[in-house]
Design a protein around this ligand. Structure first.
Ligand code: NAP
Length: 327
């Protein structure tokens, strides 16, 4: 067997824990180091996950020669800074979504990957979800005919969160679009490409954070109606409709376990369970790419991440979403 790929994690919050749980399910992965701004948090995280090295600063982890690849699980507005720092220490990087706050930052990250000759990928795990992989294949084969309409949303009621929380704090790039809206935008971009025209409108919290955004993407022969928000819950299904059939992705669609395919008026449910929560699939892709000395994944390339964040930039311009640290 190939030697194990050695992982380090920086930013030990909620997603880091879910990711580390899935990492245990990948036979050729080993968690060798974790780092937090709080050393006690790092130690406690390490105790829970097989006692990797625990660091009280990210820099110590970047200096650790034992680490092959760093998973950046910090807040949105720090993805660029910490991914580049890791890559400058010749670490491969898997960075949580959104890749960055905007295209300018994302380009700097891609440049750092190319300059340092290290692998870099945005952790867009839905791209590697087995159902979504299968849906892409079915749509490409034309099983539901020419695509005409996509409807997807991602919402959770969060208005009772502390306004200082990462979701509602503008200084931490809070707001629903970068946190959740990137998923419906991804689905449309993944299946239909870049829209010709975007119409978007947002509502804002009293502190200025964006709390709900509706988006209409206009393509040459198709439309997508997308939504993200903290102001309400929904059924979290996604619909992909063609001239000859439809696909209904089961909730929560971006981490789904299956979908219903309807053709000629008859529907059948197809199950494609994830291994673990679903982060295992993106990890497998990272391993494959590192072992083959690739700087980027063909499945979720640098250009794909730039394309997605470019659409998000256009939505923000259209709906007036700004962050204080950008101006
Ligand atoms: N793929 C997914 O399904 C998914 C799901 C949830 C979140 N995410 C993404 O993962 C990232 C982290 O989300 P999360 O829910 O894990 O966040 P979180 O638990 O609130 O925080 C993650 C880490 O960010 C650092 N942090 C927290 N508050 C901070 C502050 N005020 N200033 C500076 N750093 C702070 C801390 O790192 P230290 O431990 O070093 O102090 C914290 O452990 C986000 O970019 C989010 O979009 C992805």
């Amino acid at each position: 067997m190939d030697r194990k790929i050695k992982w380090g994690i920086v930013g030990l919050g909620k997603i880091a824990k879910l990711f580390a749980e899935d990492l245990r399910l990948v036979h050729d992965a080993e968690l060798v180091a974790v780092a937090s701004t709080n050393r006690e948090r790092a130690k406690s995280f390490a105790r829970e996950f097989g006692n990797p090295q625990a660091y009280g600063s990210y820099q110590e982890l970047f200096n650790d020669a034992n680490v092959d690849v760093v998973y950046v699980a910090t807040l949105h507005h720090t993805h660029c800074q910490f991914s580049i720092a890791a890559m400058n220490h010749k670490k491969h990087v898997l960075c949580e979504k959104p890749i960055a706050i905007n295209t300018t930052e994302a380009r700097q990250m891609v440049d750092a990957s190319q300059r340092n000759k290290v692998f870099f990928m945005e952790a867009f795990w839905s791209r590697f979800n087995p159902s979504i992989m299968k849906i892409k294949e079915l749509v490409s084969e034309g099983i539901i005919g020419k695509l005409r309409y996509i409807n997807a949303e991602f919402t959770f009621y969060k208005l009772d969160d502390d306004p200082q929380s990462r979701l509602l704090n503008l200084d931490l790039a809070g707001g629903s679009l970068l946190d959740m809206g990137v998923y419906p935008v991804f689905l449309s971009y993944f299946l239909l490409g870049k829209p010709r025209e975007i119409l978007a409108r947002s509502q804002f919290h009293g502190n200025g954070a964006e709390i709900q955004t509706s988006m209409l993407f206009q393509y040459e022969n198709a439309q997508s109606v997308l939504y993200s928000g903290f102001a309400n819950n929904t059924d979290m299904k996604a619909k992909i409709c063609g001239e000859k059939g439809e696909i209904y992705i089961a909730p929560i669609w971006h981490e789904t376990q299956g979908f219903k395919l309807v053709t000629k008026g008859t529907g059948q449910f197809h199950e494609f369970p994830t291994k673990g929560k679903g982060f295992t699939h993106e990890v497998a892709e990272v391993h494959e790419c590192i072992r083959n000395k690739k700087l980027e994944s063909a499945k979720w390339s640098h250009q794909n991440s730039l394309g997605l964040i470019g659409i998000v930039d256009r939505i923000r311009l259209n709906s007036g979403i700004t962050f204080p640290f950008e101006v």
